[in-house]
Design a binder for this molecule. Structure first.
Ligand SMILES: Cc1cc2nc3c(=O)[nH]c(=O)nc-3n(C[C@H](O)[C@H](O)[C@H](O)COP(=O)(O)O)c2cc1C
Length: 375
């Protein structure tokens, strides 16, 4: 109430990216103050056994994660358990640091409960990201994934190796890795979303993961000889993919035995949206759409993945979550856990607590013992 009626109108008067920087720097500075961290976390973090879930080897105290893109530069990683999230995905990180697209590149469309996002993968690069994770996340209260994407401007035949270099820098420090093959805001984004590219990438990454006896070195550390690396690997797909291609991608995930799929990234093809409420002027910006309009499409894709893959793939459902009912719907469609950004930006710091508390109420009302029973 306080956030929506007073704080949000003030924050929303300023340029969205400037406010984002202000908020994330504030979170970064305050979350390292241990008494403050524990006090706020005690209030906002819900730990109820009925909300515990496991995705691959990752154990979550609640199923609501922060989606990639909120903390692109590993600025405030400790803030996310403090705000109640059960896990957080940092990045997306590319091998070379890059500035992204020229500003402005983020716009609010409140009438559509969404954002127009045109960052173009601005981030500090995988080496610096690995240093920051090492420094800031020596102790962690929730699992952290790192999302890896491709450095902009590379030739097609250089792209998979670029992911591999970031992977080597980051895998040891992350609890799981997501290969983002779906950013709608960079040149050649259609190339790395292609099935043939995804196959090449999965082959290279899974060769590393299953390497026995090799010494695999990232620039911040190495895995010693003889040790088998076993990290959970996900790929993140976009909502614009045809069902034919989606089936091929699901089959590749099964063939290469990765943990699962994060579904989905931003809407690139706006013709999916039945009706926008914002004016033409507000919508007249380049970029992908987040929030409410993504919900139905992402839920359909989740159902499709679950139907084709059965229980062999884990699904992290993302797109248009604002309430506990939205989480329930995604889990009903087949998601094992969920992520969000836009609903958190619109809802404020109490959002995740509220969602988790209401999720417990939904379970009670429906006579379910835990989240696994939502099927
Ligand atoms: C400001 C912003 C930046 C984003 N940047 C990334 C990114 O770097 N990598 C990525 O995989 N997804 C990125 N996304 C997409 C989100 O992770 C998510 O898939 C999408 O916003 C749908 O979720 P939502 O409706 O809860 O926002 C970004 C989204 C937003 C709003």
């Amino acid at each position: 109430m306080l956030y929506r009626k007073i704080i949000r109108p003030i924050l929303f008067k300023t340029d969205p990216e400037r406010i984002h920087h202000f908020v994330i720097n504030f979170l970064g500075a305050t979350s390292v103050l241990r008494p403050f961290y524990f006090l706020i976390k005690k209030f906002l973090f819900i730990d109820d056994p009925r909300l515990h879930v496991k995705i691959g080897n990752i154990e979550l105290k609640n199923p609501v994660g922060l989606s990639a893109g909120f903390d692109k530069d590993i600025t405030a990683p400790l803030a996310y358990p403090m705000l109640g999230f059960g896990f957080a995905e940092l990045g997306s990180i590319t091998n070379s640091a890059q500035p992204g697209n020229p500003k402005p590149r983020l716009w609010r469309i409140p009438e559509d409960n969404g954002l127009i996002v045109y960052y173009g993968l601005s981030n500090c690069g995988s080496l610096e990201a690995s240093r920051r994770i090492k420094k800031k996340l020596a102790k962690r209260d929730i699992p952290y994934g790192v999302s890896i994407a491709v450095t902009t401007g590379l030739k097609e035949n250089e792209m998979a190796d670029d992911y591999v270099r970031s992977f080597l820098d980051l895998y040891e420090l992350a609890d799981y890795i997501t290969l983002n093959v779906s950013c709608p805001n960079v040149a050649k984004c259609d190339v790395f979303a292609q099935v043939s590219f995804i196959e090449e990438l999965l082959q290279k990454i899974m060769n590393i993961v299953s390497a026995q006896g090799a010494c695999l070195s990232g620039r911040q550390g190495s895995v010693s000889s003889g040790k088998k690396i076993k990290k959970d690997i996900f790929i993140k797909i976009g909502p614009d993919m045809s069902y034919e291609d989606l089936d091929k991608v699901i089959d590749l995930c099964l063939k290469y035995e990765i943990t699962g799929i994060v579904a989905t990234n931003l809407i690139k093809d706006r013709s999916w949206v039945k009706k926008f409420n914002s004016s033409e002027e507000k919508l007249n910006h380049p970029g992908g759409i987040s929030g409410k309009h993504l919900q139905e499409r992402s839920n359909k894709i989740i159902s499709h993945i679950r139907e084709r893959a059965g229980s062999k793939l884990k699904i992290i459902g993302v797109g248009g979550i604002f309430t506990a009912e939205d989480v329930y719907d995604k889990m009903k469609a087949g998601a094992d856990a969920v992520q969000m950004i836009t609903g958190f930006i619109y809802g404020g710091p109490f959002t995740i607590r509220k969602i988790n508390k209401e999720l417990v109420k939904i379970l009670e009302e429906k006579g379910l013992n835990n989240l696994q029973d939502i099927k």
